[in-house]
Write a protein that binds this ligand. Structure first.
Ligand SMILES: [Zn+2]
Length: 227
């Protein structure tokens, strides 16, 4: 049976979370979460996101309720930080060795993309950790207000790397082998002719419109780019 992973996307709507250096935590959390969702889904995991846009409000209480109703194998909450620190933080429930293992895997896979670890520690004080029934981890990927963190996390592509790292951690935790995506960059094309068929979906005069379409396509799992 497919494993289920519930991904809580921190903050939302009128609650922006941390804000610094023109970055809004609410928006960054969603980019990481959608990427994580896409990678998990491609590996046969039944992934669920607590929200799909930045306009709806999504309180921690609603998230926990949805998460417990879904009865997932993993309850994964995505946040980012501010307040003067440097590096990632991963929290788990003190009485759950599985949560600790998943948090340590998050550290391993975010270190692999260049992020330093600040702490992997019990976080029983967090609602996400103490109110979810499933094995739970809460991530604080990087500090929006830290110069070193900003260097590796202030673009959408870099934030997607965090989402990918989280997915790799979850897959390893679940015992599912990670497979590199194929067929969209020409490198590992499995077709016989070697010719790539490119599909164009629109051209815009306004960059914002192009960016919106890319965002929409990415949310659906396509590897869209602006040229
Ligand atoms: Zn937050």
């Amino acid at each position: 049976m497919a494993k289920t992973v519930f991904i809580g996307v921190g903050h939302g709507g009128s609650d922006p979370g941390a804000c610094a250096n023109s970055l809004i935590e609410r928006d960054v959390n969603l980019i990481m979460a959608v990427t994580c969702y896409n990678v998990l889904t491609k590996h046969g995991v039944n992934a669920i996101l607590s929200r799909w846009n930045n306009t709806e409000s999504d309180t921690i209480y609603e998230e926990v309720q949805e998460e417990n109703a879904a009865r997932p194998d993993v309850a994964f909450e995505i946040h980012n930080n501010a307040g003067g620190g440097d590096g990632s933080e991963f929290y788990y429930y003190s009485g759950d060795p599985n949560g600790k293992r998943l948090a340590e895997l998050c550290k391993k896979h975010t270190e692999a993309i260049g992020q330093n670890s600040r702490k992997v520690i019990a976080g029983d004080q967090f609602i996400w950790i103490n109110s979810t029934v499933a094995t739970a981890v809460l991530c604080e990927g990087f500090f929006l207000d830290n110069a070193a963190d900003k260097q590796i996390a202030d673009t959408v592509a870099e934030q997607e790397k965090f989402g990918e790292a989280y997915a790799k951690a979850i897959l390893e935790y679940l015992g599912i082998a990670y497979k590199e995506p194929s067929g969209n960059s020409g490198g590992s094309n499995s077709g016989s002719s070697g010719d790539l068929m490119r599909v164009q979906v629109g051209a815009f005069r306004g960059r914002k419109n192009a960016e919106n379409l890319v965002k929409e396509l990415k949310a659906k799992g396509y590897n869209a780019i602006i040229k």
